[in-house]
Write a protein that binds this ligand. Sequence first.
Ligand code: GLU
Length: 423
Amino acid sequence: MSSRSNAIKEENPYENAIAQLASVMQVIDVPLDYYEMLKVPKREIVVYLHLKRSDGTVSSFMGYRVQHNNARGPYKGGLRYSSLVDINEVRALAMLMTWKTALVDIPFGGAKGGINVDPSSTSGDELEVLTRKFVDEITYNIGPEIDVPAPDVGTNPQVMAWIMNEYSRLKGYNVPAVVTGKPVELGGSLGRLEATGRGVSIIAREAAKAVLKKDIKDVTVAVQGFGNVGSYTVKFLTEMGAKVVAVSDVYGGKLFKNGIDSFERLYKDYSATKSMKRLPYGEDISNEELLTMDVDMLIPAAIENQINENNANKISAEVIVEAANAPTTPMADKILEKNGIKVLPDILVNSGGVIVSYFEWVQNLEREQWTLEEVNTKLEQKLTKAFYDILQFSESKNVPYRVGALALAVERVVNAMKLLGWR
Ligand code: GLU
């Protein structure tokens, strides 16, 4: 939900993802040929989508699906609609999905897709047409056993419903498991919509305990971004009693010195103004001020490269909980490490979404529906296990949590590749 104005222009998310992969090679023993294979995706699909506007003119949009690795199971990952989408962003995010699914040990690989379109300046009908055209172009490259898309920035359950319908229409029968994050009425899992934010709050609670040695109720938090992930994160954290003192969206933020008193009121008012800045209460604050403010915990929940070499030295939080994908650049990581700031990495923190996507896929294949309680209990178990595995591994190797988490994930993927005989 934040602009790339905070980021450095020439920052290439794909190069950053490769740099992160390279950083784990010193920690685990991976033959160089596997590193070479993992640096690049297995398949990249680029399509041009043409849309006839109501005034008769035609606009073209570029669509991407990058399939990074499927050694551990079908490709899995979100679909992003944003004017910032490009091939390098999608490549980076596809690679992150491979690590994420391996880290939380679900039987999927990693992929990502996107259309370079600004959903706020495109009508619902136009988005539906674009979505269906995109599915028509990639029909043979997706499917319950091939590649399973899901929501990401700029997409939602409605978009997933169109994907399911278009794919099913082409197949001639109903295929709910082709996509996750669907509306519950169409086979979506209970708890999927809020799963990423719920997962972030679970990790924040455990990080408070294990890293800050505090109860979450005694922790001050700033959250950048108020989309699906940011808003649910704020909701669950305030319910846990954390003191959320600052929130923001793409246009700017608000400071609440004593913490948000009612999430419901904030959410209702925000739904009306669609802008933090326009809320009639709270003190105005910029995204940059939010990122560098003096809090115990900083949660970037917007887009990549927000914490970079320009502002990393000014970060005052003790711990960063990465709810967004790739919010911290490798250069910033080095600065934060030097300054003793701990970073809980994206591939752990925001994995609640894909974990419940996995639950949804299983329910669809088995034609079952689990209760919300069952979903949430299983989510909590998977996440806390991954959290303490990473803590233990990173501390035993004396490496930052990101390196530890990536090492655990890469090791699993390489092991699968070896067993399959990939060379
Ligand atoms: N887009 C989400 C992510 O980045 C969810 C992916 C999924 O559920 O497949 O993790």
